[in-house]
Design a protein around this ligand. Structure first.
Ligand SMILES: [Mn+2]
Length: 273
């Protein structure tokens, strides 16, 4: 399960019988790696993934060279945390904030997704800029056990095929994809099971969550309209052998999230057993 990088959440996950976690970029990790590692050790919880930060300051697709350089510097700092924590996967969002906002894109807080105006003349440049950044981060991480997984976004903004395209454009063995089922399901045009097939052998990590196609709500599997039997079948087809990781809730609803985690775990056990 994806949890904030804090000792309490690690202990809470352990108390629910969860063996593997993805730690996220919040709260800030500077100076806390040792304490977190100790908590993980004593709780017998293994970090399999680290979720890198996102937003304008972390935009790896920025066309502004200085902005992109700063973003890469910040990601490298987090790649170091990722390796220090013993996580083998760094999940990163494609960078499109600068592109989208400079072309009139808006954030829709009701649906938790942005509008993303595309220009045919510049969209390939955006994917190439992302790929260039991914290659640089992959080279930075090459001496560690950390692999980089580019996360699929809401399908009204970016398709799974475009995400896979970027990961391949980077031309690095340590760049793959993390499929977020809830993101893929936004708009209802792409089935998460098909997104998994499109990702194929590049599928290295999962954010499992649900919605009814009407927004990016990160609900527990079973509460939306995703066909989970089809998801399980697709995962077998692509020989996915990683962790079934739940990424639920919004940070402000902390207490509710744990009951959603219990619900999600029970649901996945029924589907996958
Ligand atoms: Mn996600």
């Amino acid at each position: 399960v994806s949890i904030p990088s804090e000792e309490d959440s690690i202990l809470r996950a352990a108390s629910l019988g969860i063996e593997y976690v993805e730690l996220t970029f919040a709260p800030p990790l500077k100076g806390r790696i040792r304490a977190l590692s100790r908590a993980l050790g004593s709780a017998c919880v293994k970090v399999v993934s680290f979720h890198g930060p996102f937003g304008l300051a972390y935009d790896i697709g920025s066309f502004d060279p200085k902005g992109r350089r700063e973003a890469l510097k910040r990601h490298k700092e987090h790649l170091r945390y990722c390796a220090q924590l013993g996580a083998t996967c760094y999940v990163i969002h494609p960078g499109f904030e600068s592109y989208g906002y400079s072309r009139g894109g808006r954030w829709n807080d009701a649906k938790k997704v942005g509008t993303f105006p595309r220009e045919e003349s510049t969209i390939e440049r955006l994917w190439k800029t992302n790929a260039l950044s991914l290659a640089e981060l992959a080279d930075f991480a090459a001496d560690s056990d950390v692999r980089i997984a580019l996360e699929t976004g809401p399908s009204n903004m970016i398709t799974t095929l475009e995400t896979v395209h970027m990961a391949k454009l980077a031309k690095r063995k340590n760049v793959g994809v993390c499929v977020d089922t809830d993101h893929v399901n936004v708009g209802g045009t792409v089935k998460p099971s098909d997104a998994i097939r499109q990702t194929g052998r590049l599928l290295w990590f999962l954010h499992l969550n649900d919605n009814k196609g009407d927004g990016d709500f990160h609900l527990p599997p079973g509460r939306g309209n995703i066909d989970w039997v089809a998801v399980a079948r697709a995962l077998r087809e692509v020989s996915y052998d990683g962790v079934l990781n739940l990424e639920l809730g919004e940070r402000k609803r902390r207490e509710d999230v744990w009951s959603e985690v219990k619900e999600g775990v029970a649901f996945l056990r029924r589907i996958f057993d």
